[in-house]
Design a protein around this ligand. Structure first.
Ligand code: GYE
Length: 333
């Protein structure tokens, strides 16, 4: 545990340095979101296709990538796919046409990437997966996958609940707000959580539906859950934002979040941590969005033809209400 905290503290310090450097380099860089063609000034050009701007996590991830690119002297072409796979495929094809040096993307869903990844490979452009992975059987279609272990996050959330409810004599009714359908973090967090709670047959998921990782989605689906189920004891939301949206629905239904309904989420972005410190959430499994500095490092390495590990896992922790109160003042995102 001590090692993990040191590690993330190091990345946080890195992010601070990155922000400081950004101020100095912005003027020289101009707007890295636009413009075509590979850079002719010797700079590495990275085409990045982002999922969207659906959550606080995503916003922090985008900031981390943009700041790290500026700090590393990488020319970044950035596209926001608005949670649509077709937009990501289009962006990747554009990057291939523009002959960027490296392509990186965070796949909105796991399936359906083989054709476009093959096109990148045929064009000799290395691909890095960040944050989310793909289910392609052919691992040669990408160089590495940098991101969290989502199954583990779900499992940590489930294990905490098992511990909390170990003396429960009757059924504990759980509702689950899933991320967008087909996304790796939605599939994996569901899996890890389900496996962990199987340890106690009293713990039952009575309803589970996608809320698309957004506050609006979380609120709307939680309203339905509350209407259809008179007894809800626990909410497991696949991210903070859906949990935050659900808070409104729970309060409107006359229930006290964090007391009448135990709320467990994933991410630990600032607003989530605030809700936890305020006693509205009960537990958060952390998922770090600060992938920018590692991504730039990997982009430089694969461009130089260096070997990189096939999988690089982000180190993370979990937070109780007390731990959130302690951590909040130093939280960067
Ligand atoms: O947990 C959620 C975001 O892929 C890890 O996507 C990411 C997830 C994150 O929308 O908030």
């Amino acid at each position: 545990m001590g090692k993990m905290r040191t590690h993330s503290a190091r990345w946080r310090a890195g992010a601070v340095i990155a922000s400081a450097l950004l101020v100095g380099s912005m003027a020289a860089c101009g707007n890295s979101d636009t413009g075509g063609g590979s850079s002719d000034d010797g700079k590495l050009t990275l085409g990045f296709s982002q999922v969207g701007a659906e959550s606080g996590w995503r916003t922090a991830n985008t900031t981390s990538i943009k700041e790290a690119a500026a700090a590393a002297g990488v020319e970044l072409k950035f596209d926001d796919a608005q949670q649509k796979q077709e937009n990501q495929i289009k962006a990747i094809r554009n990057y291939i046409q523009q002959k960027v040096d490296v392509i990186a993307f965070s796949p909105v869903v796991e399936s359906g990437w083989d054709t476009v990844l093959k096109e990148a490979k045929d064009a000799d452009i290395p691909v890095i997966l960040t944050d989310r992975s793909v289910d392609s059987a052919d691992k040669s279609l990408y160089k590495t996958f940098l991101g969290s272990d989502f199954v583990k996050e779900g499992r940590l959330a489930g294990e905490w609940l098992v511990e909390q409810k170990k003396t429960a004599s009757g059924p504990v009714n759980i509702v689950e707000l899933q991320g967008n359908t087909g996304a790796a973090p939605a599939n994996d967090r569901k899996k890890g959580f389900g496996e962990a709670i199987a340890a106690n047959p009293n713990l039952k998921i009575i309803a589970s539906q996608p809320g698309d990782f957004t506050r609006a989605g979380g609120k709307a689906v939680m309203e339905q859950f509350l209407k259809a189920n008179p007894k809800i004891d626990v909410l497991f939301a696949h991210n903070d934002d859906m949990g935050l949206g659900a808070l409104e629905a729970i309060t409107a239904a006359g229930k006290v979040p964090g007391k009448d309904i135990t709320i467990i989420t994933v991410d630990a972005v600032k607003d989530g941590m605030q809700a936890l410190a305020d006693g509205k959430f009960n537990f958060i499994a952390e998922c770090s969005p600060l992938l920018g500095p590692q991504l730039m490092d990997l982009a430089k390495k694969v461009h130089a033809g260096e070997e990189v590990p096939a999988r690089i896992e982000t180190e993370e922790t979990t937070f109780t209400q007390e731990q959130a109160k302690e951590a909040l003042p130093n939280r960067k995102y």
